[in-house]
Design a protein around this ligand. Structure first.
Ligand code: PAF
Length: 307
């Protein structure tokens, strides 16, 4: 049985680790240098039914990379390359599955790990960190797995244990399609909830109706222009967006949490991706949100440097 190594002990990484563990899979955490000395050996996962599931795990660090059999990357998008660079001893045969939010890293990861089987995972389970090692599974979702390079195509069998653990996992030869669809939802929910400091569910209130509509129209146009042949209809996109807002109503999006805690956000890989791929489509609302969130990040970094 393959051992799954989770890189990036964020909320979603912990939930996936817990779900895999529950179905009898071997799971371990790989921590980057930044986390050395800050590891708590017990992960407390609150399942969907409200039960506490304790997961004991021996942390691994970059020097243990030689033993990694399958790597699941849940690191924040802006840490992915740095975290992978630390794993110099990772065997060339080890499959690496990127689960990070946002888009725009594929080419750099391919250049960094030219021999490894590379895959992308797109997962819509809801997860929230209540404390450092207390994580709540807030909603069931779908998981799609697909290849990022030729070698990745040989790892389709991974969907079986993932489907058993996560309730749903399907293979897609066009995983970029699923990445774009997830990105489109994130590009509406994340910057708006961060900007107005609200929960996902509050986006359904009448006072945000216009902002949601304007932003989702811009995002829809850019995303469907990227591959018109596979584009969903505007109505389908709106329905899907409303469904995610409803299903994750109590959640605070990852970007809202990052911005309110003064951390760097994934705006460059979400709204930044939309701006870079607008190709002449007017995107003023995206631009405004991008500028405001970047400004807040910069201000927080300056304050932190002064203190
Ligand atoms: O980034 C997030 O927080 C999540 O992808 C989502 C779907 C917006 C739910 O909070």
């Amino acid at each position: 049985m393959t051992e799954w190594t989770i890189l990036g002990a964020g909320a979603l990484g912990c939930v996936i680790a817990g779900q895999l563990h529950q179905t009898g899979e071997r799971v371990g955490f790989m921590l980057s240098e930044r986390h050395r000395g800050h590891f708590h050996p017990n992960l407390d996962l609150i399942t969907l039914s409200g039960r506490h599931q304790l997961i004991q795990s021996q942390p691994r660090f970059p020097e243990h990379a030689r033993k990694v059999e399958c790597l699941l990357v849940f690191t924040k998008a802006y840490h992915v390359l740095e975290a992978l660079q630390e794993l110099q001893h990772l065997p060339k045969s080890t499959p690496v599955i990127l689960f990070n939010n946002g888009m725009g890293l594929s080419e750099q990861v391919k250049a960094l790990l030219p021999d490894n089987p590379l895959l992308v995972g797109v997962c819509s389970h809801g997860a929230m960190k209540e404390q450092d090692w207390l994580v709540r599974h807030t909603g069931k979702g779908d998981t799609w797995l697909g290849p990022l390079n030729e070698a990745g195509k040989a790892w389709q069998h991974l969907i079986k244990p993932l489907a058993k653990a996560l309730n749903h996992c399907e293979w897609s030869d066009d995983i970029a399609l699923h990445q774009r669809r997830k990105l489109a939802v994130n590009a509406v929910i994340n910057p708006l909830t961060a900007q107005y400091n609200i929960s996902n569910g509050q986006l359904a209130e009448p006072r945000f109706k216009e902002a949601v509509e304007q932003l989702s129209d811009e995002v829809y146009q850019v995303i469907s222009n990227l591959d018109a042949s596979s584009a969903e209809s505007r109505e389908d996109f709106r329905r899907r967006l409303a469904q995610v807002i409803e299903l994750t109503a109590a959640n605070h999006s990852s970007m809202q949490q990052d911005v309110t805690h003064g951390r760097k956000s994934e705006i460059d890989y979400i709204t930044g991706y939309i701006l870079q791929h607008a190709e002449g489509i007017p995107v003023p609302v995206n631009q405004q949100l991008y500028d405001e969130i970047k400004n807040r990040e910069m201000h927080k970094t300056k304050l932190a440097a002064q203190n």
